[in-house]
Write a protein that binds this ligand. Structure first.
Ligand code: NI
Length: 166
C-alpha cells in the first residue's frame, strides 16, 4: 500500500465531474486501499477519488476516524434528503481553512459496495455531512461553493497563504 498525493485547490481535477465505476477490478481495490491509508495518514474523515487525481465516482468515509471502520461507496447517489443543519467543514484539498456549511441532516443514498452489490444506506448528522461533502467532490464541487461570496474570498486568501507556507 502507499500514501497518495492529495490534490489541492485550484487543481483542475477537483472541478471535473467524475466518471462512474463500471467494474470492481483488483487494481481498483488496490487504489481504494491506498485511498484509505492516505485518508488516515492525513487525518481526514472522508476522501473522494478526484482528490487523489482519479476522476472516478469513489468515496470513502470514516466518521469515527478509526482505521478499520471506514466505509467505501462506488457511484453513490442521494435519493432522499431531510432537514438542514449548519456545521463546520474542512477539506484535505483546502488545507487549513474551514467554514460553516448547510447540509441535509438525514439522507438516504444508494451505492455499489466493493463486491459490486447495490446497497441503500441511511445516514444522519456527521456521517450524512461527510457523504454529502464527498459526493460534492464527484460533481466538481467544494465546500467553499456553499458559503457566501465575501466569506469565500476571505477563505481563499488564507488558503493561498497556507499553501505557500505548507
Ligand atoms: Ni473534501
Amino acid at each position: 500500500m502507499s500514501i497518495l498525493r492529495v490534490e489541492t485547490y485550484p487543481s483542475e481535477i477537483l472541478r471535473k465531474v467524475a466518471k462512474p465505476v463500471d467494474e470492481v477490478t483488483p487494481d481498483l481495490v488496490r487504489l481504494i486501499q491506498d485511498m484509505i491509508e492516505t485518508m488516515y495518514k492525513e487525518e481526514g474523515v472522508g476522501l473522494a477519488a478526484p482528490q487523489i487525481g482519479v476522476s472516478k465516482r469513489i468515496i470513502i468515509a470514516s466518521p469515527q476516524a478509526k482505521p478499520g471502520t471506514e466505509k467505501v461507496y462506488l457511484n453513490p447517489e442521494i435519493t432522499k434528503k431531510e432537514g438542514k443543519t449548519l456545521g463546520l467543514e474542512g477539506c484535505l484539498s483546502l488545507p487549513g481553512i474551514a467554514a460553516e456549511v448547510n447540509r441535509a441532516t438525514k439522507i438516504t443514498f444508494t451505492a455499489l459496495d466493493l463486491q459490486g452489490n447495490k446497497i441503500t444506506v441511511k445516514a444522519e448528522d456527521f456521517f450524512a455531512r461527510i457523504i454529502q461533502h464527498e459526493i460534492d467532490h464527484l460533481d466538481g464541487k467544494l465546500f467553499i461553493d456553499h458559503v457566501a461570496f465575501s466569506e469565500r474570498k476571505e477563505l481563499l486568501d488564507s488558503l493561498k497563504k497556507n499553501l505557500m507556507i505548507g
